[in-house]
Design a protein around this ligand. Sequence first.
Ligand SMILES: CC(C)(COP(=O)(O)OP(=O)(O)OC[C@H]1O[C@@H](n2cnc3c(N)ncnc32)[C@H](O)[C@@H]1OP(=O)(O)O)[C@@H](O)C(=O)NCCC(=O)NCCS
Length: 151
Amino acid sequence: MPEETLPDGYLISDDPARLDVAAIHAYLTRSYWAAGIPREIVEHAVRGSLCLGLYTAAGEQVGLVRVVTDYATFAWLCDVYVLEPHRGRGLSKALMRAALSHSRLQSVRRFTLATRDAHGLYAQFGFTPVAKPESQMEKRQPQPWQQPAPT
Ligand SMILES: CC(C)(COP(=O)(O)OP(=O)(O)OC[C@H]1O[C@@H](n2cnc3c(N)ncnc32)[C@H](O)[C@@H]1OP(=O)(O)O)[C@@H](O)C(=O)NCCC(=O)NCCS
């Protein structure tokens, strides 16, 4: 994907060499969905995914969308974040636009994701509640660092 420069010098890039695993881990370990996740797991996850990073003009990584995909039929969007000082400027929407229009994802039939409270963000990109939840299954394998899910 061509790097995309946004207003105020922000940049979105899928270049794996730009990714700052320490910065990604620093956010994810305090996120509600991956609290306490070890850095090695983040590193493996990043290496095995299509990651679009969000960078300031100075090159600091301040956001991410991670896409787990076969680059053909299926994609799972996760680890979407923008650091607090950079929120409210449309940057997560820019990340979503860049991910969904990525040249390597154009034959994907089904994008899925899970969210606690950002449905309004994803709805702007055509995401809806799962049409037939009764046809979906999952198997959870809690890991030592995981807290019980908030109710
Ligand atoms: C969610 C998050 C990525 C939004 O980033 P942002 O760059 O501030 O968002 P944007 O400025 O692009 O705007 C997001 C839009 O989605 C809407 N939205 C819906 N639910 C939202 C939520 N839970 N948080 C933030 N925005 C939300 C906003 O109102 C805004 O709508 P608008 O288009 O009418 O202005 C950011 O708040 C964040 O990192 N939150 C913590 C991590 C998180 O919850 N990630 C999502 C996990 S599924």
